[in-house]
Design a protein around this ligand. Structure first.
Ligand code: ATP
Length: 138
């Protein structure tokens, strides 16, 4: 079975129950979860591929504005299924494509888009290791 890393961002924390329900309805399993308030340095490490982007500082402000819930999600084609459930980066694109996606339902704008999902096996491994280091209790 494939694993991916999902994250409920601060603006969608109050939707956690509905998001977990949706994950199980899709036949995926949450195999690890944790709620954390990321420091700015931790958020910068998580999003290091975006460090030169103009939206980087705003992204760090946003993901450190409150706790996030990181989840290891497991199942057949978990990366693709979760990305499909999330929808496109921009919630207004999401709303015009499929009003049932998480970003369509709970996202606000390009930055405040409610959820994150790994985009490849490599990023899933890196991001899962970031939140659930194999050396520590996890
Ligand atoms: P992917 O690009 O792999 O589809 P994603 O949809 O999460 O993933 P990324 O491009 O990885 O989007 O960007 C990471 C996060 O940075 C986004 O989820 C969003 O919160 C923020 N972001 C992305 N693009 C912009 C933008 N143009 N303006 C403001 N914030 C952005």
């Amino acid at each position: 079975k494939e694993k991916t890393l999902g994250m409920i961002k601060p603006d969608a924390l109050d939707r956690m129950g509905m998001i977990l329900d949706m994950i199980s309805h899709k036949g995926l399993l949450v195999t690890k979860a944790k709620m954390v308030l990321l420091s700015r340095a931790e958020a910068a490490q998580f999003y290091m591929e975006h460090q030169s982007k103009p939206f980087f500082n705003g992204l760090l402000d946003y993901v450190t504005s409150g706790p996030v819930v990181a989840m290891e999600i497991m199942g057949g084609n978990a990366i693709g299924v979760w990305r499909e459930m999330i929808g496109p980066t921009n919630p207004s694109d999401a709303r015009s494509q499929n009003s049932q996606s998480l970003r369509a339902k709970y996202g606000t704008d390009n930055t405040r888009n409610a959820v994150h999902g790994s985009d490849s096996k490599e990023s899933a491994t890196r991001e899962a290791e970031f939140f659930f280091p194999s050396a520590g209790p996890s």
